[in-house]
Design a protein around this ligand. Structure first.
Ligand code: SF4
Length: 94
C-alpha cells in the first residue's frame, strides 16, 4: 500500500500548513464517524518537514469508499475547513 498525498490543504491556521500545503509526514484522518484531519493542530509555531508533501498515514473512517484495512487508498486527498473543522474533502460514503 502507498500512502496517498495530501494534494491540497486550505487549513492555513494548522501548524503543519504553509501556503495551502500540508507538510506533516503522515496525517491521521478521522474517528470512526467523521472524516476530520486528526493531525490538525493550531499553534503559532510551524511544524512538519517544509521539503515534504504531507501523506495520509492512517484513516479510521471505515465508512469511506477509499478505506481499506483502515488505510486510505485514494489517489490523493484534499482537506478544507467548510464547517469549522479540518475535514477530508475526498471522503465518499461507501
Ligand atoms: S492536512 Fe491536517 S495536518 Fe496537514 S496541514 Fe491540513 S489540517 Fe494540518
Amino acid at each position: 500500500m502507498d500512502m496517498p498525498q495530501v494534494a491540497r490543504c486550505q487549513v492555513r491556521e494548522c501548524a503543519y500548513n504553509s501556503s495551502g500545503a500540508c507538510h506533516a509526514l503522515a496525517i491521521t484522518v478521522g474517528d470512526e464517524n467523521t472524516a476530520k484531519c486528526d493531525t490538525f493542530f493550531a499553534i503559532p509555531q510551524k511544524g512538519g518537514d517544509p521539503q515534504a508533501v504531507g501523506r495520509v498515514g492512517a484513516c479510521k473512517v471505515t465508512a469511506c469508499l477509499y478505506n481499506d484495512m483502515l488505510e486510505c487508498q485514494a489517489a490523493s486527498i484534499t482537506v478544507d475547513m467548510p464547517n469549522g473543522e479540518a475535514d477530508c474533502m475526498t471522503f465518499r460514503e461507501e
